[in-house]
Design a protein around this ligand. Sequence first.
Ligand code: FAD
Length: 504
Amino acid sequence: MKPLKKIVIAGGGTAGWITASMLSFMLKGTQTAIELVESDEIGTIGVGESTIPPFVVLLRNLGIDEQEFIAATDASFKLAIRFEDWFKKDLTYYHPFGTLGGQIDTHEFYQCWLRAKEAGHPSELQDFAPATVMADQFKFMLPFKAQRTLISSASYALHVDAKRVAQYLRNYSEARGVTRTEGRITRVRTKPNGHIEGLDLANGKVVDGDFFIDCTGFRSLLLGQTLGVGFIDWSSELLCNRAIAVQTENTDDDADVHPYTLAHAQDCGWRWRIPLQHRAGNGYVFSSHFLSDDEAIATLMRQVRGRPIIDPAVIPFRTGMRAKMWEKNCVALGLAAGFIEPLESTAIHLVYRAADYLLRFFPDCDFDPSLANEFNRRIGAEYEEVRDFIVLHYCTTQRDDTPFWRAVRRAPIPPSLRARMDLFKATGILRQGLEELFGAASWQSVYEGMGVRPSRYQPFVDKLPMSVITETLDRSAPILRSQVEGLPGHAQFLREHCRAPRDI
Ligand code: FAD
């Protein structure tokens, strides 16, 4: 064994500090030092505020107190994503976290529901998703505090203030021995074997190390620019390539702090609203082929609620991923590794997923290539899964009211998604790989929301008497609705249990 003596993380955005937190937690007590270089002058991207449930698990695994984290990052709870106007104008659906109904006599709920639906049952799929029913009524309760109710099978994530998260995780990492060096990297030095040797900073400092983690954002300074790793471009499958972002104050209306991320389809893309306790993040993701920045800003500003706190920022992006995310002695994480538009809030997730894989396939100074190969295979598959899931939201739309939506309908569908959809359309079976992020409830919710239903249910559901299915459906939806009605409002829950001070 030739253990790594020093790991250098280049970049201190969400990716850099999540990585520093995970490595400092796992490497505590070893001989490996961690140094993070970041530049206040360059700053961070400042967006990335909607998470998914594994983020809460990450906090727990790091031993972070959730209530304290929520108060420190102005966070609110997220039970679902609410999609407006995606399938058709004026139609809304939710992608909830947690379960979507419970098994009926050992049969999968969705299959039973399909059979009932075919026989004319009036229920909607989301009537049985506790997170959807809570989100739609602006209610909240921690599912594990609602044992013996249907609410206990919901799940949740957080909406967070990106800058405060980076600050929180910086404090966490520094307390566990991570050294932070301020300065702009002006040169990345390499060795004759092509490995990275060190970073030269504009202030004259030199930072050398054995292993380098590129968290420099879209610049991809180490992996992309220095090691020349190419980019796999997915811009033909996903047409959006820019975003406008603006923060607004919340009004006094509790409904401003909704327990879901809003994804509202627009004429040339879609608009997000992510409510925190005291302000909201808003944005418009669009395609520059169909809309100018000025028009996008005007459209967004017409729709935001509350007074703007900052000027709208324009963020160009390129959809795709690096051909390899680990090359020689360098791994890229976060935007330096790739980006898929934030429709399902997956980018931060891919950061700690990649950091997790890095810890699983952790190298020593010999850098056995099989570790990098397996890392690249696993994380590459996760990016592709996310791409497929996002494309599903577009390729199934029936909108054809603007040139953008007509172009979306002509865009190529990745063969892997095509295969998933064909299988689902047959009898509602999901084509799943190893350790995939999105489970059955996620795919079923989006398929149903986008009007895709299997042509028939699986035949063995016929073994179950129809009366058992309809009685279960007729009983459980009203029980869930009334259990949710008795819960506190989401804004009230935050005020009473994890209120964030206005100024931190
Ligand atoms: P950055 O925040 O850009 O950080 C880069 C770091 O590198 C900074 O510290 C910078 O100072 C440093 N750096 C760069 N160059 C140098 C240099 N030469 N010298 C020294 N330091 C340098 N993700 C989600 O999970 N949910 C969302 O809702 C979501 N919404 C998004 C909306 C938009 C419009 C976009 C574009 C992204 C969104 N993301 C979202 C993605 C999310 O913002 C990023 O994954 C996350 O913030 C991590 O970014 P990063 O740390 O890789 O990059």
